[in-house]
Write a protein that binds this ligand. Structure first.
Ligand code: FAD
Length: 317
């Protein structure tokens, strides 16, 4: 079932969902089940599975020189979606990204997902390779999420690459990302909003936001979206802070601000155990407010560690 249909069926009740990461190459799918099992009691109607581009690593050759090799540390998104469908009967939402993929590879992944009966995709651009400063599209790939959407939309009409005739149409519902605090590369929120609207006008049926720690930012963003004619559901993405390192890591990686009141509380903590308690309390507080004010879904970034999100969900669902 499509994410938007789950939202429609819930009839105003806030749903619970979360995102997991494929395990590092060589690890077992049991890691994923261990992350999902404790959260199943909260009845997630859908579970997102991230997609990961290649990374560079350097291997020492016999002659002592370093050789750059390309590796994908977290493969397996499509297989994990199949595992989620089989084991839990829950709708998986694979993320599909531009970065590191050519159109042919993307089409093959979409064909596999279609054969599995997956009906949702979250379409994203992806970030730059870790060792490179700015995003470079694959020469045979897409530069923006909206371009990648075009490929999915064509498949939904039965238009495959290099084919003259139309064939079996896929049936993907598309979600896209939105940034309450602006995407870090966008010159202004207005410009970012213009491209978000482009994605929605093309057919994105819902938006999932980047994490935020100040609900006012989410509600201001929703207000601006509505003022700009973006009327699809906007699902807030939430991440509980669990370590002191998050104080500097989250702003630098995700380009988000932490509110003063949260930073003040975190600075009083003497251990990560104390930080975790503050992070959980903050996230529960955020979640309750979002629920009361009608958020359609609360979507948690678990990083495949479910203990903390379980404690939050217990307080809410
Ligand atoms: P886009 O919508 O393409 O926008 C990227 C930037 O370009 C923005 O600044 C936008 O304003 C601008 N822009 C858009 N269209 C145009 C245009 N036509 N002309 C000029 N400028 C334009 N990354 C992963 O690698 N794997 C994942 O699984 C993953 N999951 C994510 C899930 C969520 C909910 C979110 C919020 C992010 C996720 N990301 C993931 C990170 C995401 O890929 C990055 O944030 C990326 O930098 C932007 O992706 P996007 O889809 O928002 O890009």
């Amino acid at each position: 079932m499509k994410v938007v249909d789950h939202i429609r069926e819930a009839n105003g009740k806030t749903l619970f969902s979360f995102e997991i990461l494929p395990p590092v190459k060589g690890e077992s799918v049991q890691n994923i089940f261990d992350a999902i099992d404790p959260l199943m009691e909260f009845k997630p109607p859908f579970i997102d599975v991230t997609y990961h581009r290649e990374e560079y690593m350097y291997k020492k050759r016999e002659n002592g020189l370093l050789e750059r090799v390309t590796t994908r540390k977290r493969p397996g998104t499509v297989g994990i979606c199949a595992a989620i469908l089989n084991k839990y009967g829950v709708d998986p939402v694979p993320h599909i990204i531009c970065g590191g993929f050519n159109k042919e590879e993307t089409e093959n992944a979409l064909i596999d997902l279609d054969f599995l009966g997956v009906e949702n995709v979250l379409v994203l651009r992806g970030d730059a390779i870790k060792s490179e400063g700015r995003f470079e599209p694959d020469p045979e790939g897409h530069s923006y999420a909206s371009e990648l959407m075009d490929q999915v939309l064509e498949l939904n009409q039965g238009i495959y690459l290099h084919d003259e005739v139309t064939r079996n149409p896929t049936n993907f519902s598309i979600g896209v990302a939105g940034y309450p605090e602006k995407h870090f590369e966008a010159p202004s929120l207005k410009s970012d909003m213009k491209y978000l609207k482009l994605k929605v006008d093309k057919g994105a049926e819902y938006i999932v936001t980047q994490m935020f720690f100040d609900n006012d930012k989410y509600f201001e963003f929703v207000g601006k979206c509505r003022a700009n004619g973006i009327n699809v559901p906007i699902i807030p993405g939430l991440k509980p802070i669990t370590t002191l390192k998050h104080m500097s890591l989250l702003p630098s990686i995700f380009h988000v601000d932490l509110p003063d009141a949260l930073v003040d509380e975190l600075e009083k903590c003497k251990s990560n155990a104390e930080v975790r308690e503050v992070g959980i309390e903050w996230c529960i507080h955020q979640s309750k407010d979002l629920m009361e004010r009608g958020a359609p879904v609360l979507h948690y970034y678990t990083m495949s560690k479910s203990k903390v999100v379980k404690r939050i969900a217990e307080a809410l669902f």
